[in-house]
Write a protein that binds this ligand. Structure first.
Ligand code: GLN
Length: 452
């Protein structure tokens, strides 16, 4: 994999940081274990993995794709990284992303855009485009992403790989640099559903270091994949969400989706239609809640504590240095979100914007609850289009935001959802999204494994 990275990453630019020495040492340690006849630490011992650059890892930079963190080295491992290491996995390096995970194309990275291995002129999705592109380019067999509004699933969809957002609270956020704390969740990126499940069971689990971590058993996702592989979905009710399709969706995406529905029916699933009327409000509500939380979370980048410091000389006050540093260190999209969020939270507007968005969030959760009475899992296209061209949406934030039309509802409700490849449209990958109720992640895995 290191050779493959050296060969293709100059063109793909999936990685921000590759740690050859660390990777080789970790691999040697596994070889020594095998030679000494010791039991492997986990089924994934010795398997290389790439980690999105929003999770801390001691002894390596964590940039979050931002200039403001350039040169910063976290003094500790995130829980996810700690678990990968405990499982004997070989961390290859850190992958590129939209700055602070804000975006759908990796074009918002301060360190250059990642390219889609299917067509280097197209985006690999975002914010975790680096992780998914690394899989699609065979630079790594597994990767870690984070998903606040779709950043694991949408890159999975447009690169023809699998991306899973676990139930909120089941994978620790300790050491995951916060964007929108009530939505952020780390999860597995893989080339097969089974690989994703194996990785899922390595990274999930209760963590006292994260106050939102839930103390429940990890959903049995590996067993569910085994069950799914029998190819029998009889008795499983699959709900098509009426609101997630139709106008604004690429024709090829819709036809791939309808083919997937027929395949699920052929596997024995009962197909039903469900309506979730509040999902049409998910996007505007998300773009009030996520920026509001971001404006608060990003206040810590004050030029004193982390990374970059600009204009620090005896003539300037701390406030001037703070302001100059934030001006120089944050990119346009991050500034846009900080302004949106600060506005939505300000005294005179709080009820009208942030308060209403929270109400919509409750309505979305209720829509899910009622839909899951009729169906065991819900399905939709993962994203309305295939990979678009680099540069095509940079001047149109609304067009960029629409990439997450189908993925955002599951974040709002804290539910589990995944994207699995479902054919091609005009030669580019399409993704099928499968949504499950909270803590029922295994349902989606079962259906995905049967379908795959
Ligand atoms: N594209 C969405 C955004 O820009 C989602 C990002 C994410 O899931 N991190 O906010």
């Amino acid at each position: 994999h290191l050779d493959r990275i050296a060969e293709v990453d100059p063109a793909v630019h999936a990685f921000l940081h590759v740690d050859t020495e660390r990777a080789l040492n970790a691999a040697r340690a596994v070889d020594e274990d095998i030679a000494a006849g010791r039991e492997a630490a986990s089924p994934l011992a010795g398997v290389p993995i790439a980690v999105k650059d929003v999770l801390t890892m001691e002894g390596a930079p964590t940039t979050c794709g931002s200039r403001i963190l350039e040169g910063w080295q976290p003094p500790y491992d995130s829980t996810v990284v700690r678990k990968l290491l405990a499982a004997g996995m070989v961390i290859l390096g850190k992958t590129n992303m939209d700055e602070f995970a804000m975006g759908s194309s990796t074009e918002n990275s301060a360190f250059g855009t990642t390219r889609n291995p299917w067509d280097l002129d197209r985006i690999p999705g975002g914010s975790g485009g680096g992780s998914s592109a690394a899989l699609a380019a065979f630079e790594a067999p597994l990767a870690i992403g984070t998903d606040t509004g779709g950043s694991i699933r949408q890159p999975g969809s447009v690169t023809g790989t699998v991306g899973v957002k676990p139930t909120y609270g089941t994978v620790s956020r300790y050491g995951l640099v916060a964007f929108s704390s009530s939505l952020d969740q780390a999860g597995p990126c893989a080339r097969t559903v089974e690989d994703a499940a194996l990785l899922h069971e390595v990274i999930a689990g209760h963590d006292p270091m994260d106050s939102t971590s839930i103390d429940v058993p990890v959903p049995p996702v590996v067993a569910a994949v085994r069950e799914g592989k029998t190819g029998d979905l009889s008795g499983v009710r699959v709900g098509i969400v009426t609101e997630l399709g139709g106008e604004g969706y690429q024709e090829g995406v819709l036809s791939a989706f309808h083919e997937a529905v027929e395949q699920l029916r052929a596997l024995g699933a009962e197909i039903v239609e469900v309506s979730c009327p509040s999902f049409t409000l998910a996007l505007p509500a998300y773009y009030l809640i996520a920026p509001s939380e971001a404006s608060s979370n990003l206040a810590r980048f004050d030029a004193m504590r982390y990374g970059l410091r600009t204009g620090d000389d005896a003539t300037r006050s701390a406030e001037e240095v703070m302001s100059m540093t934030r001006e120089a260190g944050f990119g346009a999209e991050v500034k846009r979100r900080i302004m949106l969020g600060t506005y939505a939270l300000s005294a005179g507007y709080y009820d009208a914007y942030y308060g209403s968005a929270q109400k919509v969030r409750t309505l979305i959760t209720r829509d899910f609850e009622s839909a899951f009475q009729t169906a065991d899992v819900l399905i939709s296209p993962t994203t309305p289009t295939t990979a678009f061209r680099i540069g095509e949406r940079v001047d149109d934030p609304m067009a960029m935001y629409r990439a997450d039309l189908c993925t955002i509802p599951s974040n709002m409700a804290g539910n589990a959802a995944l994207s699995v490849p479902c054919g091609l449209a005009e030669g580019l990958p399409v993704g099928l999204q499968i949504m499950s109720p909270a803590l029922q992640d295994h349902r989606g895995y079962r259906v995905a494994a049967a379908y795959e």
